[in-house]
Design a protein around this ligand. Structure first.
Ligand code: FA5
Length: 331
């Protein structure tokens, strides 16, 4: 074979091979071009190499040189085609060095929801299960079963949100004590968290809607000592071991004796009431069918907003309901 003819074939092979790799748009197409041109068995480069034997011996050196150049060019074209189809984003003109789109801002649970979960968790570790009750209550559960007779000032329409037909928005979570005891025999050890409603004048520590966490423990031999140590353990667990709380004698129609529990407020210059508590009145136990000669119990009802405020140094209860993200995003 004439050298010029053989070289012309190599030129044509190079041009066709380069075009094939340039036009291959997918990993499959690149692989097909590789097999066609660079394949070990039947590739066109292999065939061109074998053609060396047909070239006159004196021209083999020139043919060999040109052959090596074509082979190197096709291998390089294969490498760059591979890199191109492996990175389609780069080939499509996407500039990966541009600043990204900001991640969407995720919301989170309201501080009071977080507080409720923490309180339930803490009392859970002290052995208290969780109970629930309705926010729209009847007069029986909100007052009567709690020893609050019809003429009692706590029933005053000015102090409650009455709806129709002897129903009202519950003014305390103590209603749940009754509902739990109606449902199950002793022993009982539960907490219940929920909203309560009172037409109180609003100030930094009072709202007309707030949350209470109610606790109830009824069993043989439950005493005031159990109540005090439970509340102290809870306060230290939630507010830290350096918290200062104090118990004051008080009165509730459904507990005897009764106490109020205060916590030293942030700043340390005044006491704020955390909740009410006491030993469940024997009449209340009797009304739900428990035998006060057999079992005794304690109950407490604590203000959830105030606990959260004391823990996080919040100075105004209204912040919980004004939906200011500068406040909410801190939790
Ligand atoms: C009661 O509601 C009783 N049911 C508590 C109780 C339960 C006593 C079981 C005995 C046995 P009191 O009205 O004091 O008690 O309210 C309890 C707590 O709720 C208060 O100490 C305070 O922390 C919170 N609280 C009361 N009123 C408001 C209000 N307007 N805004 C925010 N928190 C309040």
């Amino acid at each position: 074979m004439e050298l010029s003819e053989a070289i012309a074939e190599l030129d044509a092979l190079e041009a066709a091979g380069l075009a094939a790799f340039r036009e291959a748009g997918s990993p499959e197409a690149v692989e097909a071009a590789r097999i066609e041109y660079l394949g070990q068995k039947q590739g066109k480069i292999k065939a061109a190499q074998q053609r060396l034997k047909q070239v006159e011996p004196s021209a083999r050196k020139d043919y060999g040189q040109r052959f090596n150049a074509v082979k190197t060019a096709l291998e390089a074209a294969w490498e760059s085609a591979k890199a191109r189809v492996d990175r389609p984003a780069a080939a499509s003109g996407l500039d990966v060095t541009l600043p990204g789109t900001p991640r969407p801002r995720l919301g989170h649970r309201h501080p009071l929801t977080q507080t409720a979960d923490e309180l339930i968790d803490l009392f859970g570790r002290l052995g208290f299960g969780v109970a629930r009750g309705p926010e729209v209550e009847d007069v029986f559960h909100n007052f009567e079963a709690l020893n609050i007779p019809p003429a009692h000032p706590a029933r005053d329409p000015a102090d409650n949100f009455y709806l129709s037909d002897g129903a009202l928005l519950r003014s305390q979570t103590s209603t749940i004590q009754i509902r739990v005891m109606e449902r199950q025999p002793p022993p009982v050890r539960i907490v219940a968290i929920g909203r309560v409603y009172r037409p109180d004048a609003v100030d930094p520590t009072h709202s007309f809607m707030f949350h209470q966490i109610e606790g109830l423990m009824v069993d043989r031999g439950v005493t005031m000592a159990h109540l005090k140590s439970t509340l102290r353990l809870f306060a230290e667990g939630y507010l830290g071991t350096d918290v200062k709380i104090r118990f004051r004698p008080s009165f509730f129609p459904f507990t005897e004796p009764s106490v109020e529990v205060d916590m030293l407020w942030h700043g340390g210059d005044r006491w704020v009431e955390m909740g009410g508590a006491g030993m469940v009145d024997p009449d209340v136990l009797r009304a739900v069918g428990y035998d006060p000669e057999e079992v005794t119990g304690f109950a407490f009802g604590l203000g959830v907003e105030r606990l959260c405020m004391r823990k996080h140094g919040i100075d105004d209860i209204r912040l919980f309901t004004t939906n200011d993200v500068r406040f909410l995003s801190q939790f």
